[in-house]
Design a protein around this ligand. Structure first.
Ligand SMILES: [Fe+2]
Length: 432
């Protein structure tokens, strides 16, 4: 009898492990940050691209008299250059931010390590500028937050060799508690001070209070992106070019209909893309358009209806979104179906925030959906040359080099789609 019981148990354990070869990890707690006394030292240092050969250095000081200067050079401790910037600050109910400094440095050499110091004092940081030409590698992670899983995602990203970080929205999960913006700034500093972080906003950045606060005040003050450099009048949508890639950041929570400023700006920006100079065209925004997870189902439909025709006509190669706390990769798609001249859509909102994973999916899996899984992780996108890019997704549960999903992507330039759709784009762009 005993033997029978043991055999039954063994059978049950073995069959369970065969049925589910991957055991999804449990959520991890929010990180605890020790109380930090006020200090005159620069803190929360991060960098972002700010036009050709220029980088914006952003940091915060508790000391209001601290100057917005960055000293920099190519040798440690020797700063041959000095740039002066601007500063801002904001109040939010009972909270007052420190002095937020934004200083653009450059022109800088490509693929070069620079040593720099903020505000004329404190620690020396170092950054590496991106290459002038392909290849270039992007790290991609959205919906980060500040939990044990966030830390794991950042550790994994820190181990990969990348040039620029792309973040499709939901950064700190401060959610009105402003000091969480400061702890997030400290958490990401080791990575964000060394490689440009290019971000767009999610719902957790809104923090609006009716009649009291407009949305995105803290986000805009702290994470200034190169919107002026790209002809946009809002920090909530902008574009930039790096090493043969044109990247457009859109705002899922900013007006996007045909008569909106964002739509008009997008049309203008797309009309300027020169595929000889930038053969790759990538778009990021927060709320996915192609999502077969039950979470946030249909939330991107209106934006998709308004803007997908523009992206399709312009032959966008790849769309990266967040919001859904899981990973999903589509085939090339347009108008809800696979289409060889459409974009590959990837949802990568699995950076590790405190809300946990979104594990329920619509079944059967839609025809356009290739790979979907609710696990924490990050993506790496290597644009190898003008025709080929390699995308890989890395679960936090695995060692960094292990890829859980990967795909070679051929550019739409090389597939002839760009030439084929040229007239379609011109027609759309000429429509008022
Ligand atoms: Fe979100």
């Amino acid at each position: 009898m005993k033997l029978q019981l043991i055999l039954t148990l063994v059978f049950l354990i073995v069959s369970a492990s065969v049925a589910a070869d991957y055991v999804r990890p449990l959520p991890r707690k929010a990180l605890q940050f020790p109380w930090d006394p006020k200090s005159s030292q620069p803190q929360q240092v991060h960098i972002s691209l700010a036009g050709d050969k220029h980088i914006r250095v952003t940091w915060i000081t508790d000391d209001n008299s601290s100057p917005s200067i960055v000293e920099y050079g190519t040798l440690p401790g020797r700063y041959d250059n000095l740039a002066k910037g601007e500063s801002t600050s904001y109040s939010y109910l009972f909270y007052s931010s420190g002095k937020i400094h934004h200083t653009v440095i450059g022109p800088l050499e490509d693929s070069t390590v620079y040593f720099y110091r903020c505000g004329g004092q404190g620690l020396e940081f170092q950054l590496k500028t991106p290459p002038a030409q392909l290849p270039i590698t992007f790290a991609v992670a959205g919906d980060l937050g500040q939990t044990g899983w966030t830390k794991s995602t950042l550790d994994h990203i820190g181990q990969c060799n990348y040039d620029v970080h792309l973040l499709p929205g939901d950064l700190s999960y401060a959610d009105y508690i402003q000091h969480r913006w400061d702890t997030f700034g400290k958490l990401v500093q080791p990575l964000a001070s060394t490689r440009p972080w290019m971000v767009t906003q999610g719902n957790h950045e809104k923090e609006n209070i009716p009649l009291l606060k407009d949305g995105f005040e803290s986000y805009n003050a702290r994470w200034k992106m190169p919107f002026e450099e790209s002809g946009s009048n809002s920090n909530l949508y902008y574009s930039f070019e790096v090493a043969g890639v044109h990247i457009i950041m859109l705002g899922s929570y900013t007006d996007y209909d045909k008569y909106s400023e964002q739509y008009r700006w997008l049309k203008t920006d797309l009309s300027k893309v020169d595929r000889k100079k930038t053969p790759w065209l990538i778009v990021l925004f927060h709320v996915p358009w192609y999502n077969s997870n039950k979470a946030h189902q249909g939330e991107g439909d209106d934006m998709m209806a308004a803007m997908e025709p523009l992206l399709y006509a312009a032959s966008v190669d790849l769309v990266l979104a967040g919001h859904v706390h899981a990973y999903e990769r589509s085939k090339r798609v347009n108008n809800g179906r696979s289409d060889p001249c459409g974009a590959v859509h990837i949802t990568i909102g699995d950076g590790g925030n405190r809300e946990g994973l979104a594990s329920k999916y619509i079944n059967p899996q839609p025809e356009w959906s290739v790979f979907r899984e609710a696990s924490f992780g990050h993506g790496e996108l290597k644009m190898v040359n003008s025709t080929h890019a390699f995308w890989s997704w890395h679960r936090n549960d695995d060692d960094e080099p292990v890829k859980s999903d990967d795909i070679w992507i051929n550019s739409l330039v090389s597939s002839g789609c760009v030439d084929k759709k040229g007239h379609e784009l011109s027609n759309l762009l000429m429509t008022p």
